[in-house]
Write a protein that binds this ligand. Structure first.
Ligand SMILES: Nc1ncnc2c1ncn2[C@@H]1O[C@H](COP(=O)(O)OP(=O)(O)OP(=O)(O)O)[C@@H](O)[C@H]1O
Length: 448
């Protein structure tokens, strides 16, 4: 973390937020400027660095009268898309009335893992319900467009929704990159999963409006990317959708799904979401697994000494987690740094006699799995395996990446050092996540 951002974090801890009581309310219409660190935050000083420990937010209590909606209460056709589920979770139950029974635009901001996929499913079921007439689904009347932030995610969304909607005979297809769908394929498809860039290109061709005229529901996943480099593309396609709604006077419902955004009121306004009725904001007290955070600011100026310290701190955090019997993931900024950091962890473990914490050779399947691992031509993967450490980045072969993911998820690897690519689209459970360094090199600016 840079010195400037760390000091602003510390300054923030000294202010009290006027909205403190609202944080954790999980309600929609208040603009909460988070300017203070939560109560219970502790600051510790060490040689060369300072640590700020933010305790986990307690899980929000059920409100009086709040109840979970059971799947068996849903319409028969809707139950088919929820096979294997007993009930909607808290967030889904809270938004159900608006998402399923109305055609309002909505924006849902919720922490990761809160179950936003099922919110999209509910909005799709509403749309399907609109076209169920005389016991028959009029599939040619509508198209649903799901905008996923990247190609890899679009593929995953396509497969998830194909499976969920297969009992309803809905056809879900991916349309990304330089992919084309034939006229026939488009006709057969009710749900198109695409990326902002691809949908932008398709809708920009004003000569052929036949597809966009059929769109009745536009789901935009990870809409917080509006704040990012990709923002202008998302903005353009939303603006075009809104213009089409105005000029044709036909409704296209917009459903925005997002991580918790600080400026959700503005995003809601932009998506034409009514802040009173269509905006749902759930803060970290709705996380399925509460999150405690620790920030470390390094004051050491010398580059080599700072790196050494960074590695030592990283090692210490990983060991703290392993001692409690939990796996750990370490995120680094470059592919090269994955192996370097993994090797450094092993070196420090040797130095501090901590190797036994990392190694997992007593695992009943260790020798069997080792036979599979040694077949890999990735020598780092093979060497690090013996120490219970794995690496994962986009430059590795897909088979090696897949193997590493499996070994970590089965608990055979105790530590995984990876780049941010793993955070997109792969769900791996880890109790502890260390983000090693928050400074990113920006080639455009030519600096950190
Ligand atoms: N009603 C439910 N009952 C039980 N499990 C659920 C329910 N809704 C969602 N889940 C589970 O919660 C997990 C997280 O759901 P999901 O991937 O939709 O979260 P998300 O909010 O989209 O997360 P992300 O921000 O990471 O995309 C999944 O494993 C899903 O099966």
């Amino acid at each position: 973390m840079s010195a400037a951002s760390f000091s602003s974090l510390l300054q923030a801890s000294e202010k009290r937020s006027p909205f403190e009581d609202l944080i954790g309310s999980g309600q929609g219409s208040n603009s909460v400027a988070v300017t203070a660190l939560p109560q219970g935050t502790v600051r510790k000083h060490f040689k060369g660095y300072e640590e700020v420990i933010i305790p986990q937010t307690p899980t929000a209590q059920m409100k009086p009268g709040e109840k979970l909606i059971e799947i068996k209460e849903l319409d028969d056709f809707a139950q088919a898309a929820f096979r294997g589920y007993k009930s909607l979770n808290r967030i889904q139950s809270r938004i159900f009335q608006t998402v399923y029974h109305t055609n309002e635009n909505i924006l849902v901001c919720a922490p990761t893992g809160a179950g936003k996929t099922n919110i999209a499913v509910i909005s799709i079921l509403h749309e399907i319900g609109e076209h169920f007439k005389d016991g028959y689904l009029h599939k040619d009347e509508f198209k649903i467009v799901y905008v996923a932030p990247m190609k890899a995610l679009a593929a995953e969304v396509t497969s998830t929704f194909s499976q969920r909607l297969s009992p309803l005979n809905m056809c879900v297809r991916e349309l990304t990159g330089d992919m084309q769908l034939s006229k026939n394929e488009l006709e057969e498809t009710q749900m198109i999963v695409t990326t902002p860039e691809k949908w932008d290109v398709i809708t920009r061709k004003s000569s052929d409006m036949s597809l966009s005229m059929l769109v009745k529901l536009l789901i935009i996943d990870e809409v917080h990317l509006l704040n990012d480099d990709r923002g202008p593309v998302i903005e353009a396609l939303v603006a075009r959708t809104l213009r089409q709604v105005e000029s044709t006077q036909s409704m296209i419902r917009i459903v925005g799904l997002s991580a918790t955004l600080p400026n959700y009121l503005e995003v809601a306004q932009f998506l034409r979401v009514n802040a009173e009725t269509g905006l749902f904001f759930f803060d970290s007290s709705y996380r399925p697994v509460p999150l405690a955070q620790q920030y470390i600011g390094i004051s050491e100026q010398n580059f080599v000494a700072r790196n050494e310290l960074l590695n030592e701190i990283c090692y210490k955090k990983v060991v703290d987690s392993l001692r409690q019997g939990h796996q750990a993931m370490v995120f680094v900024h470059s592919r090269k740094d994955t192996v370097k950091t993994a090797e450094k962890l092993v070196e420090l473990a040797r130095k501090y006699e901590g190797l036994e914490l990392f190694k997992n050779d007593a695992h009943p399947q260790f020798s069997l799995i080792k036979k599979e691992v040694v077949k890999s031509r990735n020598k780092d993967l093979v060497q690090l395996f013996d120490f219970g450490v794995g690496v994962h980045h986009a430059g590795m072969l897909r088979s090696d990446r897949g193997l590493t993911e499996r070994l970590f998820s089965d608990g055979i690897l105790r530590v995984l050092v990876c780049t941010a690519t793993l955070a997109w689209g792969v769900n791996l459970p880890a109790h502890t996540v260390v983000i090693k360094g928050t400074q990113l090199y920006d080639p455009k600016a030519g600096g950190w």
